[in-house]
Design a protein around this ligand. Structure first.
Ligand code: NAG
Ligand code: NAG
Ligand code: NAG
Length: 342
């Protein structure tokens, strides 16, 4: 009989499917978010800027399926995150940082040495460093949200990193990250911050200053996210999302084509320093560019589909025939209860 042969072939072609299906599977990414709407939006609150920012966050978090976000100078003590997200806040003087996380995917680790909040300069420039555990069995990750102080800008156009290195005051954040890294043994670190770093300060320099263990450093691209009061000059690439793991980061700056009217906070000669939000998608693979399907894979996928369909039809037909023949012979072998034979 040819039954075992056909089943072996069918089993083999079915076994190839999971492998082929991974070609179509969408790739997992961590979705990260940085935004400093700046205090004028909340204190001056012209055009209901406060309400509009909070409404925008209500949209952005689910729309980008945000895992972690740092919100800087969200100066509303009554702010609550949308359902599905939670936030921890740190403040130094009037300055605020909220570290937001997706509660469906992550939880704050509670063991000692999992959390430090502090100030990068006395009574100003807050940061939070928190160890997060995955709700789905993934690896834990350390996330820092921070508002760096302004480095000395007296040599603003020297276009090297020396002044930044000397004056950016990253020590307290560096020590907090080191402490949580050492007490947890976790090496994966994400930093989401208004770094106040000009375009000529590469993100790798900031990672070195923070002494974040190197693996692959990835970062959002240097965007003109700051600020309304400075007319978003090309060198103000302040808002950055960086990590020491993953293969690539894809950057989206929101409001790229122009600011909404409510973001304009103007009082005489003074203007609010509203920043544009940055979304970073951290991918495992090196290039986040969509890959073109490999013709060989497409051929394999199509041919196994055709082959599998053919085989299934063959087997169904074969089973039907066997059954038909079986029932015919059954009838023949059955003791006849022909009334005429009685
Ligand atoms: C927060 O809400 C309370 C109660 O509604 C209100 O009295 C207070 O002014 C609010 N604070 C801010 C900063 O909006
Ligand atoms: C932030 O998290 C820490 C550590 O779990 C906790 O002690 C603190 O009360 C939290 N603060 C806020 C404002 O939620
Ligand atoms: C912002 O608003 C002020 C006054 O309300 C107006 O004069 C100014 O042109 C606006 N700026 C922008 C960029 O829209």
């Amino acid at each position: 009989m040819n039954k075992p042969w056909i089943f072996t072939l069918l089993r083999r072609s079915l076994a190839a499917w999971p492998c082929l299906l991974t070609l179509c599977k969408s790739e997992s990414a961590l979705n990260l978010f940085m935004w400093s709407p700046h205090w004028q939006c909340f204190v001056w609150n012209q055009n209901d800027c406060k309400g509009e920012v909070e409404k925008a966050l209500e949209t952005f978090f689910p729309a980008f399926d945000i895992d972690f976000a740092a919100l800087v100078e969200l100066a509303d003590s009554n702010y609550t995150t949308p359902d599905g997200w939670s936030s921890n806040q740190s403040h130094c003087g009037h300055d605020l940082v909220n570290l937001v996380f997706n509660t469906n995917k992550w939880r704050m680790a509670t063991s000692p040495g999992s959390y430090i909040a502090g100030c990068m300069v006395p009574n100003d420039r807050p940061f939070i460093v928190q160890l997060f555990e995955s709700n789905s069995g993934g690896e834990p990750v350390i996330v820092a949200g921070a508002h760096f102080p302004h480095p000395d800008s007296s040599t603003l156009h020297s276009e090297d990193s020396l002044e930044y290195k000397a004056t950016a005051n990253t020590g307290p954040l560096r020590d907090a990250i080191a402490y949580i890294k050492d007490s947890s043994g976790v090496n994966k670190v994400i930093v989401i911050a208004d770094t106040n770093a000009w375009t000529w300060v590469p993100t790798s320099t900031i990672m070195e200053m923070l002494q974040i263990p190197s693996g692959t450093w990835v970062s959002t691209s240097l965007e003109r996210s700051c600020c309304f009061d400075a007319d978003f000059p090309p060198e103000y690439a302040f808002d950055r999302i960086m990590a020491n793991f993953g293969g690539s980061m894809h950057t989206t700056m929101l409001y790229e084509d122009g600011l909404p009217v409510w973001a304009n906070q103007t009082k005489g000669q003074s203007r609010g320093a509203f920043h544009k939000p940055i979304v970073g998608r951290l991918y495992e693979r090196p290039s986040a560019a969509p890959t073109n399907p490999n013709p060989l894979n497409v051929f394999l996928l199509v041919s196994t589909t055709v082959l599998a369909t053919l085989l299934v039809s063959l087997i169904v037909a074969w089973l039907c025939c066997a059954r038909c023949r079986g029932s015919h012979s059954d009838r023949r072998d059955m003791p006849t209860s022909d009334p005429e034979s009685d």
